[in-house]
Design a protein around this ligand. Structure first.
Ligand code: CO
Length: 473
């Protein structure tokens, strides 16, 4: 049976290509030099075992190298421990977000410990010191060679702090020359440790520690110029449940809306929690930007009314072609830093969006105007639009094409400018009618299509990637 429509984006891709020049229709800007490095799930079955959820599939890396107006493509599975052990055993061996491996005989007889946590870096690409890494939500970054995409020894990159969970969305602070992230250590009392890693170093330094009885599932966090913002949505777990039953990771979390959503605002320099504020219950995967304005802290994120989006992203549902609600509302949460006023929530745009990006280089932690994101029209089976949201005028630009399902639009700024929409957007789009993917290049200012690059195969829907300029910097 041939897979059609958006379901094609949830089918395993076996083919690995090396240094393949791709046909480009249109005109690429001359200044566009460097690598778009993306990751995402690409294998959904191992032997007779199947992964259950979009977030579970084995990671594949994709590199689009822009050089002298040409585009050269390489794609390769990340040879993580999760990948290698699955290959050797002919079945799934490491737990993922919503899939647990069947216990081996020794594990079933309790003669061997539970399977180790995974290192399947299918969520994002990033940099730690001189290493390019693939990230997931376990604290096990996997380094790879940006030329060959070969997986490298990553022992030196394993964090020296205790913890079982982190995010694949570190923040970068250009002024303090460091990156920030958090680690969650489960325990009788669990502990979020916010930490920084200075540029050039691989060594995390603890910035702040926050204890909790019921840790929340948090896929990202916020950052303004002065503060880190940890947003505890009421999708929470009792860590004991991980010990008692061999349930898939996310099945240990429960939606408890009566808890509301709690914001912890942490001063980057003193490590002090300067504010804890409460709002009504909602859920989000992605923070966008955060900044201070008139004694208020604005924290922008893509909000969902509850955590049911996690259910919508199970593969059997996604492959059914049914309408999904994988997009939320770009929402500004305003926290009264000076006073005791309530947190206010305000939708910034009418469009329903996910996978938000903005001019991080120029605007991270500062007031900003434009957000770029994937979107979905009513009744869509997956993301079927790209949007540019103007937060000042409220205007929305849209790119869409029949049978096309776009991924995250990565903004690449034009050199020598501070205008936050002077640059291009790179979005890997599944052209389901043609049966292959295309890399679409949009002018970030006009939202006009500048070029489209034909990829020889259908790339399964991924999550995130970043543009690494050449020379690196
Ligand atoms: Co993400």
């Amino acid at each position: 049976m041939t897979t059609t429509g958006s379901a094609l984006g949830f089918s395993t891709l076996d083919q690995e290509l090396d240094e393949t020049e791709l046909p480009c229709h249109g005109q690429l800007p001359e200044w566009l030099e460097g690598d778009l490095l993306r990751t995402g799930p690409a294998r959904f079955e191992v032997g007779k075992a199947s992964y259950k959820h979009w977030f579970d599939g084995l990671a594949m890396l994709h590199r689009f190298r822009f050089h002298h107006g040409r585009v050269v493509y390489t794609n390769r599975y990340l040879r993580s421990n999760a990948y290698r052990e699955a290959g050797a055993a002919g079945t799934i061996r490491r737990p993922e977000f919503a899939t647990t491996p069947r216990p081996t005989l020794l594990q079933a007889l309790r003669l061997s410990s539970r399977p180790k946590s995974g290192d399947n870096g299918n969520v994002n690409t990033s940099r730690i010191a001189d290493h390019i890494v693939a990230l997931t939500e376990t604290p096990h970054p996997v380094a790879f060679d940006p030329d060959s995409l070969a997986t490298l020894d990553s022992e030196a990159l394993q964090p020296s702090l205790p913890g079982q969970l982190t995010t694949a969305h570190p923040h970068f602070d250009a002024r303090r020359r460091c990156q920030y992230n958090y680690l969650l250590e489960f325990g009788r009392v669990s502990r979020y440790r916010l930490y920084r890693i200075d540029v050039g170093s691989t060594d995390p330094q603890v910035v702040a520690t926050i204890d909790t009885q019921r840790p929340a599932y948090m896929h990202s966090f916020g950052m303004s110029d002065r503060y880190l913002i940890l947003t505890e949505f009421p999708l929470v777990t009792n860590p004991l449940s991980f010990l008692l039953r061999n349930r898939p990771f996310i099945r240990n979390y429960h939606w408890e809306p009566e808890r509301g959503t709690r914001f912890h605002v942490i001063d980057k320099d003193t490590g002090k929690v300067v504010k804890t504020a409460q709002a009504d219950a909602f859920f989000a995967f992605h923070h966008v930007n955060a900044f201070e304005q008139d004694g208020q802290l604005c924290v922008d994120l893509v909000a969902f009314p509850d955590a049911s989006v996690v259910e919508d992203l199970y593969l059997d549902h996604l492959r059914s072609g049914a309408a999904i609600t994988a997009t939320g509302r770009l929402t500004r949460c305003t926290i009264d830093l000076a006073g005791e006023g309530p947190v206010t929530l305000r939708a910034l745009a009418g469009a329903s969006v996910e996978l938000p990006r903005f001019d991080y280089r120029g605007c991270a932690g500062q007031a900003y105007r434009y957000v770029y994101a994937a979107g979905s029209s009513p009744g869509a089976s997956f993301f079927d639009t790209l949007h540019k949201l103007d937060l000042e005028s409220g205007a929305t630009d849209t790119w869409s094409e029949a049978g096309c399902y776009p991924g995250e639009p990565v903004f690449v700024p034009a050199p020598g400018t501070r205008d936050e929409d002077n640059g291009v957007l790179l979005s890997l789009v599944l052209d389901a009618t043609a049966g292959h993917s295309i890399l679409v290049v949009l002018d970030a200012s006009s939202f006009a299509e500048l070029a489209r690059i034909k990829v020889p195969h259908a790339v399964p829907f991924g999550f995130h990637g970043n543009f690494f300029s050449s020379p690196p910097g």
